[in-house]
Design a protein around this ligand. Structure first.
Ligand code: ATP
Ligand code: MG
Length: 581
């Protein structure tokens, strides 16, 4: 076998010392109800995410601990303790309730850069009992309009620059009553603009958090739009039970950790694990305002003394693409644990991580709809490169055939989950029919294809819609892409099935080359030969097309449906989440 299986022994040599006793105890005694009771507030029916994340620490020695260390694009650092975040979010809750008339259940949306105010305002909104809706700051006007219209948001928090970008859509949103500007840049504003800074300075810093029931709606997250029009997955306050527990046992967060989650708050990872999971565990997290830059990221890991890092395959592939020399200039001594989510993590990336950082990336699987990590390579498990790991306690995944009957280990089918965990979505906003259609025979159908092996590890195969049928062989694009990026010239790859009159579909690969490689017919043949040798001739791309970059969603996922639509000259469908920087 090409990849070294990273054993528990080699893993422990890397100074990752999860307390195995703790894990065994956790497995033995696991109960969602018990954790929910521990995190609940004045009785076991009531819970508020912001209370669990922030205010619950105020009576402990974490009161004056740093909760957020933020670095601006220009290198300016700001620090906030749990107490400061509590007071500031109280102020914001007062602004919403007293000044803007926000009531429990109203939707408050955030179209903001990754600045401290987005964290403060989200926490304040949750304290006020309103429903948060975070949006990617890079969205264009149509993407923002679709989501604000669908959710009937009452308040929008944005910045002068971003408001300018969406100015023409604002009159088309009848439910939107107030737009508030966070003016860090001190840009010129209109006299009647509502200003965050001004309203906050007049607000009281004490607020009685609204007594939200654990089933009260708290969050609407629109899905990434990888497979179609984004859907508004609705989560409840009780979801924090899932965020807390998985952050503790999958991300292995401990009191002294310095944690960095690279996801944008516009995606569910950016809230579940960029706010609620780490803070409910009382952990300090660091945030970088800017986007991806290999140099900057390596420097940030070193400078901030990051110990636990949660990132995504697309970022790891970009780091790989930037070469193995650059990381030699930095020291990652403090880094003890690394996780990845969002797309399949190519085995090559796991091996690369071990080479560069001396430890493996731990892949885990979940969705906007699941609200928290469902399947993971835990710290105490042997990492199987290419596998997404084993189920979290209290989570029951299975593999179903197309009639929704369970399949034995080794068989590929539809990945499904037994409903009922706390962070599970409660509906798609105003789209209950699609929500209902995701349940069959008592299972939640995830829309992904996977298999389970004899040892209980789950292996992602593909999105249900992406499976390629070529001359009767079923080929998962991920498998082909993973081999493609092992080729020395290939930086990124996206694979689709292209209709063919004889074999039904042929495999077509879109490839972006690493710096220093030139496209040529010889290179194409070489890549084809490379895949054929490692997989099969059926899986080897019949066609290869070179592209400078691959189309991706804002959350960094390769959009195969767009590659396919372009290839077939079909309408592109919803492109609101495409990353077109
Ligand atoms: P949409 O539902 O709008 O098409 P999306 O499914 O990409 O978009 P998300 O909820 O952000 O929206 O992504 C969840 C999906 O991402 C999963 O269903 C799966 O296809 C993929 N995914 C996430 N983590 C992993 C992983 N570790 N391995 C493989 N695939 C993953
Ligand atoms: Mg999805």
């Amino acid at each position: 076998m090409k990849y070294s299986t990273i054993t528990k022994d080699s893993f422990e040599q890397h100074a990752v010392k999860p307390n195995i006793q703790d894990y065994h105890k956790m497995y033995r005694e696991f109960s969602w109800d018990k954790i929910s009771n521990d995190l609940s507030w004045f009785d076991k029916e009531h819970i508020n995410i912001a209370h669990v994340a922030i205010d619950a620490h105020l009576e402990t020695d974490r009161r004056n601990k740093k909760a957020l260390v933020w670095e601006s694009k220009k290198g300016k650092v700001e620090e906030y303790t749990f107490l400061e975040l509590s007071r500031l979010s109280n102020k914001f809750a007062n602004v919403l309730v007293k000044e803007l008339g926000v009531q429990k259940g109203d939707r408050v949306f955030f179209f903001l850069e990754r600045v401290p105010e987005i964290f403060i305002a989200i926490l304040g909104t949750l304290k006020a009992g309103a429903v948060i809706g975070p949006l990617f700051s890079a969205f264009g006007p149509d993407a923002v309009k679709d989501r604000l219209a669908d959710s009937e948001a009452k308040v929008l928090i944005t910045s002068p620059a971003l408001k300018k970008k969406i100015i023409e859509i604002l009159p088309e949103l009848p439910a939107l009553q107030k737009v508030m500007l966070v003016n860090r840049e001190k840009a010129p504003v209109d006299p009647d603009d509502l200003l965050y800074e001004k309203m906050m300075s007049n607000a009281s810093d004490s607020f009685d958090t609204i007594k939200t029931h654990k089933e009260d709606y708290a969050i609407i997250h629109y899905t990434s739009g990888t497979t179609g029009k984004p859907k508004g997955a609705v989560h409840v306050h009780g979801a924090v039970v899932g965020h807390y527990t998985t952050a503790k046992y999958v991300l292995d967060l401990h009191a002294d950790d310095i944690y960095w989650c690279t996801a944008d708050p516009g995606w569910v990872t950016g809230t579940s694990y960029g706010m609620f999971g780490p803070w409910s565990n009382g952990v300090t997290q660091v945030v970088y305002e800017g986007g991806f830059s290999a140099k900057y990221w390596y420097g940030f890991l070193q400078r901030m003394k990051v110990t636990v890092w949660y990132t995504a395959p697309t970022a790891i592939r970009m780091l790989m693409k930037s070469g193995d020399e650059l990381p030699n200039e930095y020291c990652f001594d403090t880094l003890r644990y690394m996780c990845s989510v969002g797309e399949p993590l190519n085995p090559e990336a796991v091996v690369w991580g071990e080479k560069i950082f001396g430890k493996a990336f731990h892949d885990n699987w979940w969705q906007t709809e699941t609200g928290a990590i469902m399947i993971a390579n835990y710290p105490i498990l042997d990492v199987n490169p290419g596998s997404m790991g084993k189920p979290f306690p209290g989570i029951e995944p299975t593999i179903l055939d197309d009639d929704y009957n369970e399949l034995p280990p080794g068989k590929e089918g539809n990945l499904a989950l037994k409903p009922g965990w706390p962070s599970m979505f409660r509906t798609y906003w105003k789209n209950d029919a699609i929500y209902q259609s995701r349940f069959k025979n008592g299972w939640y159908i995830t829309g992904d294809k996977a298999k389970r092996d004899e040892n209980g590890y789950f292996w992602f195969m593909s999105r249900a819609d992406d499976v390629i049928n070529t001359a009767g062989h079923l080929v998962g694009p991920f498998e082909v892409e993973s081999v493609l990026i092992e080729h020395p010239a290939v930086g990124e790859a996206g694979v689709i099935g292209k209709p063919d009159p004889i074999v039904m579909e042929v495999v077509k690969a879109f490839v972006s080359l690493k710096d220093g490689y030139e496209q040529s017919e010889e290179l194409k043949h070489d890549i084809q030969k490379f895949v054929k040798k490692r997989l099969s001739s059926a899986a080897s791309p019949r066609e290869i097309e070179f592209l400078p970059t691959l189309p991706k969603t804002r959350s960094g996922k390769i959009m195969r449906r767009l590659l396919k639509a372009k290839e077939l000259g079909l309408p592109l469908g919803d492109t609101s989440t495409i990353d077109d920087d």
